[in-house]
Design a protein around this ligand. Structure first.
Ligand code: ZN
Length: 449
């Protein structure tokens, strides 16, 4: 094997080791005890000091061999060097065989696309900022071409060795047309960027190198905040409209107008806000996007509707559950309550969860704990309500389940059948008590288990 091949395979092995996991059937599993990731996030061998690992006997032993060894040499070694919590909680499946999981995908199935995204270097990730479901593809493609200096503007064509005489259409006193001039330095561009400076916080005067300044500006904000989305959309929309307007000026002899470009851009952004249901739009943006009061009302539209908690049908009890998750700190909690026919509490819980990575996981754990509470209290024929639409869809097989939730959901399904329970969705307004219990955990984690 040549050196390059060996490197390739070493790299492949490293990626596979880092991203795979095994959900084991039980202690009879044939997964490798030291090499496979069956508990925690790395193989157990990573916890051993180098000198112990190199002299270790039987590195290839399986989980079954490790657990059935009468001398329990491997287990003793693991207990000595690895964190104990790895052995108290690991994913097991009800299946009669181990399940191999590819972590980067949601369903745990291997895909070459996921490998590609792992291999994508940091440098390429700057492009990600140009693409989003709410940004029209034609805008993204144009900005991509602007950054690559691949828009057929006079200056760019000349750089490719084609001699031509250039005169811009964007200034009353014409200049040579270059990308920087047309989009950022021309009379029209300066007028547009000046007028929108209070919204975009963008200074056209600082623009010296398109490739660097443009991506820096687009990437300078938290991409999912509403204000950042609006800035990104409007900025890209303006560039698109300048380009369209320039083409109409050159090929159809229509004059360029800064006011017209701004109006068309804001119109497009307003349509995006409505179609993609942007929430909590800042007041200065509402003022800019809304030319008349009807549009303003539409953007602000929060039609009030009465939502209340309904008592369950007679002979049944209701369990309301909710999960809470803070992505910034990773803290999570779940709460649930079973009220009687009059709405008085029969039993309730609030639990803290650790090591979660999504609110859906917190919702699922809260449901599991709520059902367990019903089992302990001898409550059956219960109606379970959650405000997680995704969880209900997964439980009713309308949506695929994430691999890391499989075990929790199997548990819920089994207990639901025992309890003859039904699961349904309720608006958050009717799930306030469970919501408060779950959030209580985030504020006072030391008070709950
Ligand atoms: Zn010009």
């Amino acid at each position: 094997m040549v050196v390059a091949d060996r490197r390739l395979w070493q790299r492949a092995a490293h990626i596979i080791h880092k991203n795979h996991r095994v959900i084991v059937m039980d202690s009879g599993s044939s997964a490798h005890f030291w090499y496979d990731v069956w508990t925690g996030n790395t193989p157990l061998k990573d916890y051993l000091p180098d000198d112990i690992w190199t002299t270790m006997f039987d590195k290839n032993c399986t989980i079954q061999q490790a657990f059935s060894d009468p001398m329990s040499n491997q287990l003793q070694m693991a207990f000595w060097h690895c964190p104990m919590n790895l052995f108290t909680k690991f994913l097991t499946t009800y299946n009669s065989q181990d399940t191999w999981i590819w972590c980067p995908t949601q369903d745990g199935h291997f895909s070459t696309k996921s490998v590609r995204s792992i291999l994508t270097t940091e440098a390429n990730q700057q492009w990600a900022i140009l693409w989003a479901p709410y940004i029209p593809t034609k805008w993204s493609v144009l900005i991509w071409r602007i950054i690559l200096n691949a828009v057929p503007i006079d200056g760019t064509v000349k750089e490719q060795g084609i001699p031509l005489v250039s005169k811009c259409y964007c200034c009353s006193n014409p200049h040579e047309e270059t990308t920087l001039h047309l989009f950022f330095k021309s009379a029209i561009a300066v007028q547009i960027w000046t007028e929108l400076a209070h919204l975009l916080h963008f200074s056209h005067a600082d623009m010296t190198s398109i490739a660097d300044n443009l991506t820096d500006f687009l990437a300078s904000r938290e991409p999912e905040a509403v204000a950042a989305r609006l800035i990104r959309c409007t900025f890209m929309s303006i560039l698109w409209e300048i380009w369209c307007s320039r083409n109409k000026a050159r090929f159809q002899d229509q004059g360029m107008s800064a006011k017209h470009i701004i109006n068309r851009s804001l119109f497009s952004v307003r349509a995006i806000c409505t179609s993609y249901k942007f929430q909590k739009i800042p007041p200065d943006w509402i003022a800019a996007l809304c030319q008349d009061s009807t549009v303003k009302d539409n953007l602000n539209a929060r039609i009030p509707s009465a939502v209340r908690w309904f008592t369950p049908l007679s002979g049944r009890l209701k369990l309301n559950v909710d999960g809470a998750f803070k992505s910034t700190s990773g803290e999570a909690g779940g709460g649930g309550i079973v009220p009687d026919q009059n709405g008085n509490m029969l039993c309730a819980f609030a639990h803290a969860y650790h090591g979660l990575n999504s609110s859906l996981a917190a919702e699922a754990l809260a449901m599991r704990d709520g059902i367990s509470m019903c089992c302990r209290n001898g409550i059956s024929k219960v109606m379970i309500e959650t405000d997680s639409h995704n969880l209900v869809q997964i439980m009713t097989a309308q949506q695929a389940c994430q691999w890391d939730l499989v075990c929790i959901l199997q548990d819920i399904t089994a207990k639901t059948q025992i309890l003859q329970a039904e699961i349904s969705h309720t608006p958050c307004e009717a799930n306030r008590v469970a919501d408060s219990l779950a959030n209580f955990v985030l504020f006072c984690p030391s008070l709950v288990s």
